[in-house]
Design a protein around this ligand. Sequence first.
Ligand code: ADP
Ligand code: MG
Length: 736
Amino acid sequence: MKSDSKNLLDQSVQYLKSVGPKRAESFAKVGIKNIHDLIYYFPSRHLDRSTLLTAAKASDYLMNGYEGELTVIGKVFEKEKKRFGKKEILKVQFRDSTGFFECVWFRGTKYFYSVFNEGNTFAISSKPDKSKFGALKFIHPDFDRLSEEEEKSFLHTGKIIPFYRIPKELKSGNIGDLSLRRIINLAVENYVDLVEETLPEEIIKENNLIGLPEAIRNYHFPESSEKLNSAQSRFKFEELFYLELLVALRKQNYQTKLTGNKMSIKTNLVQNFLKTLPFELTKAQLKVLSEIKSDLLSEKPMNRLLQGDVGSGKTIVSLIAMLIAIDNGFQAAIMAPTEILADQHAKNISVMMKKLYLKYPDKEIKVSLLLGGQKKSEREKRLQDIELQEADITVGTHALFEEKVNYKNLGLVVIDEQHRFGVRQRARLQSKGKTPEVLVMSATPIPRTISMTVYGDLDISVIDEMPKNRIPIKTVLRGESRLPEIFKFIIDKSKDGYQTFIVYPLVEDSDKLELKAAETFYEELRKTHLKNLNVGLIHGRMSWQEKEEKMLLFLKKQFDVLISTTVIEVGIDIPDANIILINDAHRFGLSQLHQLRGRVGRSNKQAYCILVTKDEIVQYNIQQRLELDYLSSSMLDKYKSAIRLQTMVKTNNGFEIAETDLKLRGPGDIFSTKQSGFPDLKYADIIYDTELLNLTKKIAFNLINKDPSLDSENNSVIRNNLIKHYSENLKYAKIA
Ligand code: ADP
Ligand code: MG
């Protein structure tokens, strides 16, 4: 019986009444191949009684200054195309029992002309506009055609009508609002009861969810708005539940299938190292260190994310972890995102290890650097050091984990600035040692909701405190017109030994343009405002060796000012660089601005971050805004820019900045599923559905705790559904 029903749902849509092979082809183009797909093609919205108005009422609303979206139902009364030079405008007049309104199209007029036929009824949804004479008008509104019966049943019985997105592939296949609703209705009526439940009975009951067939039916053709809500909630629940199940499985897999190296504190190595530091570790560093230590000393392999703002002292913490591994006879590796950073890590670590050896000459710790661009002979030597364990600590980029690199005894891997590495890379490098302990470090604060999922399989440690000697960076926002004053400030400060980064954004996605822009500014400033200072230039077209050379000159104070494109974004430590001037600051994202600001303020002097932008953005008053939805796109850009920049001025706290960033950008950018190996979210919103996310996480983790390989009878539903619909995502979380 079961296999029969599955077969029926797997049938091509072409066997549905009024579909046929031609329309089936169009459906296939948008990914709807079988009946199951069609049943899961949910409406993008429903005809909503709460915002439905008559033409007369809508005019009243308009007169009273209403700016929200509303819906009116009307019959096409007449239409006309008007030509203005090359441009053509389409005007369609509609009427309902109370009056008239007009819809206007400036683009696609030919197509829209063919859509609106006299006597046909449409639901029009949009923000209203006024015509020259103050009459009700809509410009490029959303519209859906209604059949006469639909209109009647909607008006008289309050029946909720679904509106579907109709991509051009369907339109050109002669599938419109009415026909699509009819076809989907047919499919739902006849086949929905064959759809197999995807959640266990118990979970459905305990969480007051509605069953799958009922949810599907009500998502399409709701009996009531309450039912529609229940249907949508059920899909959100299911989606987040399976997401968290995958997270739980991944974590489970890591902890039970793999055994780590049970380390211990063997000698005084770590103690001695701490004595060579010119500072005390902060409380936060000590706390995360004890978390890391307990991972290392236990049997289960460490798989930990270490978060901390730029400059909070993550590198020292990771170095101590590496020393524990070395104390136990292992090698350690640290991977940086760029060659210049790897190089800098290698130098810093070498210096510290030399100092340690001079003071406590019982064990010399050898540091080796492995990069892509090295000479062959040099590279061979490094590879050999790694194979023979001549190198205790290897620093590098991705090159560290290429196939040719054979570690003799790799015990710990540290990944710096991990947001650039995906789960695939993590999996690959973990295949390098027996099961090396893994510590991932990120300076990009990740909001909790995101880290719970994308990094939910990692344990998380947070350094939430800066070293005491730091004075908070002063951040100011200035209009371009004040640049001359700013340059004067830079010159004044240089007399006190301050150095300055001047950053320009990338002009476009083109290296050539970037180079040109940076060079132009460089030449100009050297001749004008900054002619009495030593000015250097660094940009993305330079090789890492060239960049490094420039950074070294800057470090040695050969330059007072370093002009750069965003290449200084990550991790470079110049203690006397205490001013950063960011031009066209509105072009940068929030987390990028925060990273850039982190380049300064690494000493005990007052540091400054000067954000320069268009004067109008500086003057923009956020309080005066309307609802976000009603801003035109250029207003919205300006509004968002203003918020970003004012957030920077207001706070130095990376987590606060990340939360704002998430709200402004939406989850898409940050919640990059391609990298994480988790499925895309269709129903739930990771920003707004946090409560549900917490709930499903709890349920999923409990369930996997009790039944790790999902072989209890109760969980067979889950098991089958995972295999059927999430096989792609199971790669990193195999169930037995
Ligand atoms: P992160 O990697 O988190 O950006 P780093 O580890 O590079 O930060 O540390 C930034 C600077 O602060 C380094 O020069 C480091 O030596 C110094 N530092 C680290 N911990 C402390 C501390 N507890 N007190 C004072 N300075 C510290
Ligand atoms: Mg760092």
